[in-house]
Design a protein around this ligand. Sequence first.
Ligand SMILES: [Zn+2]
Length: 375
Amino acid sequence: MAWIKQIRGPYMCYTVEKDFLTSNLIEQKPFILPDLQKPEHDVALDIRKLRAIDVLSLRFLANMDEMLEKKEHHLVLVGGEPQILSQLLALRPIRHFPTMADFEREFHDLNPALVKSILQLAQGGVGFKMLQLQCPLCHFQEVSGFVLDESKYNLVWSPSEIVPIMVPSIPEAERIDFSCYRVAVCPSCFFASSRPDHFGIRFPEGEIKSILKPEQITNLHLGQTPRKAIAAEYRESSKESFFHPPRDADAGFLSWKLHEACQKQISQDRRFVDAFEIVLANFMMCKYASNDRVIDDHLHTALAWLNNVMQNQDQYSSLRLQQAYTFYVSGLLAIDKVSEAHTAFRDFEHKFKEDSSADFWLQRAESLISESSRS
Ligand SMILES: [Zn+2]
């Protein structure tokens, strides 16, 4: 029987069975090879169940990585017994995540080691720091990026907002509305992203290259004219200083609007669009919008994309799903769809009740639901 395979975030993920011996290899090969010859995704092997492997099968896994690399994709491993891992890694230094949670985190967020180096090297305040970024498309060198040292902040709920905010946990940390700074924007071609590692990051000590793949860069190049048209709606946006601090609400709004555009442009295949990022961008546009009509438009757009997240749950990490459920309940209540919000909450509770990491999100959804029942 073929290994279970499913899309997990940006990966095609195979669940490797307990035995992977030559006889199993012969059986699996016809199912796996087409995915390696024309890969659409990077490949992850979940080897948490694997207990027995022989030399030929080990060799095959190492070759998988080599084949993918030729097609500009790569292989990662999740879990695995130390003894099996050491044999495999001796053949080839394949990237490895100890647990499923470590693997999932990287679907959407910077890897923790990179965050640590960025924070050490970045200039600026105690908690709020600046980065000098280089645009991966037009190579403009002076893009301002911003990072927050999250160890100096707490995530808290604000009664008037759907998305929680960061407040300092120590007095020295800057009080800042970080959402307004989270998206870095190239003032030349209006490429925008909430991930600093989509840009080149320049430090006096050296440079970290953009993680974007060549085909993503090509797709984003093609989107330059529509991005410029979006930016042109704001007369001041042609000034290089428009996105510098202090950013006003217009700069915050436009940064998220461009981020949304880039998320849609980055892949020609709609299946690979990160719907959660588009949801977040639309909630942020609600936050910085200039009037009620604009708020209403973006609230409805956010809810439409939340539906997309709910229908493609496999593509998201547990944390993203917990956030998405909370935002969904909140958004539905905001447009008075009370019974739909209750259904979404029951579904959320059913999926994550046993998971203590979901508490922060689940409790928020619960309190909104009980408020709506009282009113
Ligand atoms: Zn640029």
